[in-house]
Design a binder for this molecule. Structure first.
Ligand SMILES: Cc1ncc(C[n+]2csc(CCOP(=O)(O)OP(=O)(O)O)c2C)c(N)n1
Ligand code: SF4
Length: 252
């Protein structure tokens, strides 16, 4: 812990970056950001010992808003880069994050193989069933029969089940929460970070501004660059699974 951090109590404010935030009002990313900052403060993590890695997307901007080391990587590539960061410096607390398009679309192979490797860090997936930044194309989680304004027809395929994928891949702490339930989400993130020796995966259900056809409407859109109705989500029950690595060994 740095000398400065040793002499004062660490609070949520220590993780706030003084940067304009351009997420749409009502975006669930605000809840995830607040929950992360709360979890870091609860665990009294020194900001100098924290590294937050992200993919590319609206969610990928999260490291900009956290006072810690931050690394927005490439679309779908956050897990190999965060793995490198973790292995290069085992004194760091490493948190990786990204959208569900990032993690389960272009990054799906990394998601599976990172579960196999079980390097000790936490991966938070901001789940909204769409590619938010690029106007709401269907993410692999989009449920059959749902449609955003950027889709000519309703989805004809089922969405993937991230929890089942994480179990099959070998993640040892798997949890799901609702992003705007900030206190609970913070407690889940804190537990995941404390889960020693192997990797945690947290698909977080994240509400967004929605189309008139979507089941939840959270708030008005602010950005004129993105058409209304590109983002949606459903509130799901929380899930927590904790287990030993599949082969019984643990790697760090
Ligand atoms: C290799 C590559 N392909 C495509 C893109 C364009 N792109 C940027 S963000 C994005 C999708 C983001 O969706 P998601 O990962 O779900 O994150 P969200 O914006 O919803 O947080 C895409 C396709 C890119 N930046 N790089
Ligand atoms: S487009 Fe969707 S994910 Fe992006 S900031 Fe707006 S509500 Fe959030």
């Amino acid at each position: 812990m740095s000398v400065e951090a040793q002499t004062k109590k660490i609070t949520v404010k220590d993780f706030r970056a003084d940067l304009h935030n351009d997420w749409c009002p009502g975006c669930g990313d605000f809840g995830i950001l607040a929950a992360m900052q709360m979890a870091f403060a609860q665990l009294a993590i020194d900001p100098d010992k924290l590294a937050v890695f992200s993919g590319i997307g609206c969610s990928g901007k999260t490291p900009h808003y956290i006072n810690a080391y931050g690394f927005p990587t490439l679309h779908g590539r956050v897990l190999p880069v965060a793995t490198g960061g973790r292995l290069a410096n085992t004194n760091l607390t490493v948190v990786a994050l990204g959208g569900d398009g990032d993690g389960y679309g272009i990054g799906a192979g990394y998601f599976v193989n990172s579960g196999r490797r079980n390097v000790n860090f936490t991966y938070v997936v901001h789940t909204n069933q769409v590619y938010g930044l690029t106007n709401g194309q269907a993410a692999p989680t989009l449920a059959k029969g749902r449609r955003t304004k950027s889709m000519p027809e309703k989805a004809i395929q089922d969405g993937i089940n991230p929890i089942a994928m994480a179990v099959a891949a070998g993640y040892t702490f798997i949890a799901r929460a609702y992003a705007l339930d900030v206190k609970y989400t913070a407690s889940i993130i804190a537990r995941a970070i404390q889960h020693e020796l192997s990797m945690s995966a947290i698909p977080l259900e994240r509400p967004m501004t929605t189309s008139p056809a979507a089941p939840t409407r959270v708030g008005p859109r602010r950005s004129s660059a993105r058409p209304a109705g590109s983002c949606m989500t459903v509130k799901t029950a929380s899930t927590i699974i904790v287990r030993k690595p599949i082969d019984g060994t643990e790697t760090r």
